[in-house]
Design a protein around this ligand. Structure first.
Ligand SMILES: [Zn+2]
Length: 563
């Protein structure tokens, strides 16, 4: 895949001309053809932007990669401006009826919601916002932590945070959070600037604060703040107590008086489940798994494997993140991760492969609106894949397989209170854009006591003072992108229930639904996609309760003391 910096002036010129032609097209066929051309330009630009991002996240110290990332931080908002002109032309065009017969009405809904999230006046602010997000990413990637005589980055330190040796994991925790403590002014400063900028953008566009704009930027169209609030309330009621019970079980299992923050990652006295091979071996085992899962996943994984599209080995300077990107010009997904020898390596393989499989399955749509679903839908693909691959976990975990599944399922439950808290916190932040650093931190700590009352931070003052959120990239880089994981998890649990828990012949049907969902990509809004895949909406009264009580009953039947 060749990278070439696009000429933004030339791109803009051809784009503007095509929009003119689109507006004056005489027949529907002509308009449709021009639309194709417009989308080809978009796909080219988008592809270069993604390759630049991949290069940068792969080596944040590389000067030329940084320059290219800077170029897109500056120019992507300008490009978005052209895309908005396209959306306007699409919405007011004379062939709207014919186009929506061919492509469905959702494209027009996306155009509408996108226009709500953009205006010329905020281009400057968007550029600044991009630079700040890159700065944050760089700051985290700059971590060089001396531990046991070795220099480690944040992800390389993580395996020690779940060490069997309590002193070692405590030491690892201290070192990890010392990095954040040492840089807290910098983290505070970046976030301050981001919050002010976002609030400013919203006010300039006539919104009361950033929340409504944030929802529009996430392209949420069939649910709102009130429904999300209600979802969080249900989590407090039905999931927080179960998550707390699981923590209490963990404490008993480990035989500790008090579960401290540095014990949280350490699940079992016999040690956490670990993959029985290195990253290369893992990627190789993945081949057998996806071969056997279905012909569709086989074709997909062969494509990833043969084209070397999985960059999963940890290295210094590599950004502390895992993601899947789709490069439309090559109709090709790309997986990025930092495998580090923990069971996360497998979850990365299944999670990011779920995203990548969807990208591959919906690659024949020619435009971004349909190849890239909104995030709460996209996370169903990834999180459900984590469950649908359960029958192959023995390939990776051997004697640790049951332990892994128990740890993964309980981990998925325990994640949700944290997930909705990240969302709750951001609502508070953008409702109170003038809050000081300390006010933000004490709000966070206050929320932790509601959502995760088991937390004992001991001597780590940085955490006791409410600083934990500063490691959560989404809070800086993609505001309000978090509840998506929680909504999607409730859907993924339904796949667990159908395909795994109630197994017996249901696996094939559930997999069919899953593939149908992936193929539909982003061609429908969230709630319609759920219907297509025979999933119940997490917003529906009673759904959380039902889904979670089935898991609780199952977990109660497992003898976790045996692990
Ligand atoms: Zn994901």
């Amino acid at each position: 895949m060749k990278y070439e910096r696009p000429d933004i002036k030339e791109t803009g010129k051809s784009f503007t001309e095509l929009i003119k032609e689109f507006k004056s097209a005489i027949t529907f066929e002509e308009a449709d053809k021009i639309m194709d051309k417009i989308n080809s330009i978009r796909n080219d630009f988008e592809s270069m932007k993604i390759i630049a991002f991949i290069n940068y996240s792969n080596d944040t110290n590389n000067k030329s990669f940084t320059e290219e990332q800077d170029f897109f931080d500056n120019n992507n908002p300008l490009f978005t401006d052209y895309v908005m002109e396209y959306y306007k032309a699409l919405l007011s065009g004379k062939f709207r009826k014919e186009l929506s017969e061919k492509y469905g009405h959702h494209l027009f809904e996306v155009a509408e919601v996108s226009l709500k999230s953009f205006s010329h006046e905020i281009i400057d602010d968007m550029q600044k916002e991009n630079h700040l997000a890159s700065e944050y990413m760089k700051l985290k990637a700059s971590a060089k932590i001396m531990f046991n005589g070795k220099e480690l980055n944040l992800q390389e330190l993580e395996p020690f945070m779940e060490s069997k040796d309590r002193d070692e994991r405590q030491k690892a925790f201290n070192s990890y959070w010392k990095f954040f403590d040492d840089n807290k002014e910098e983290f505070d400063k970046i976030y301050d600037k981001l919050v002010f900028l976002r609030n400013d953008m919203a006010v300039k566009m006539g919104y009361k604060n950033y929340i409504e704009l944030g929802y529009a930027r996430m392209k949420r169209m069939d649910y709102n703040e009130e429904m999300v609030n209600n979802f969080r309330e249900n989590v407090k009621k039905y999931i927080v107590p179960l998550a707390e019970k699981l923590r209490e079980n963990q404490r008993k299992r480990l035989g500790l008086d008090k579960l401290m923050v540095y014990d949280l990652f350490y699940q079992f006295k016999s040690g956490n489940p670990t993959p029985k091979g290195d990253p290369e071996w893992i990627v190789d085992q993945g081949k057998t798994m996806y071969d056997e899962l279905s012909p569709d996943t086989r074709e997909f994984y062969d494509f990833m494997f043969e084209n070397d599209l999985m960059n999963v080995f940890s290295r210094k300077g590599k950004a502390d993140m895992g993601y899947c990107e789709y490069i439309p010009k090559y109709k090709s997904p790309y997986i990025f991760a930092n495998m580090n020898g923990t069971d996360d390596d497998i979850t990365v393989l299944t999670h990011e492969a779920g995203h990548a499989f969807q990208a591959y399955a919906s690659r024949n749509f020619h435009f971004k609106e349909y190849t890239e679903p909104t995030m709460e839908s996209a996370e169903i693909h990834s999180m459900s894949m984590e469950f649908l691959t359960y029958p192959w976990m023995n390939l990776f975990f051997k004697e640790d397989t049951d332990k892994f599944k128990y740890s993964h399922l309980t981990g998925s439950i325990k994640f949700i209170p944290y997930g909705v808290m990240v969302d709750d916190f951001q609502h508070w932040v953008y409702n109170n854009p003038g809050a000081s650093h300390d006010e933000r931190k004490s709000k966070w700590r206050e929320m932790e006591k509601i959502y995760m009352p088991h937390l004992n931070y001991g001597e780590i003052d940085f955490l006791e003072n409410g600083g934990r959120w500063q490691k959560q990239g989404h809070i800086y880089e993609s505001p309000f992108y978090y509840i998506d994981y929680c909504l999607a998890q409730i859907c993924a649990f339904q796949f667990w229930s159908k395909a795994i828990h109630n197994g017996n012949g249901e696996f094939k049907n559930a997999l069919k639904d899953y593939i149908k969902l992936c193929e539909a990509g982003g061609s429908r809004p969230f709630l319609e996609l759920l219907k297509l895949a025979n999933l119940e909406s997490p917003f529906e009264e009673g759904v959380i309760k039902k889904v979670v009580s089935e898991i609780e009953t199952y977990l109660d039947s497992v003898d976790d003391s045996a692990f």
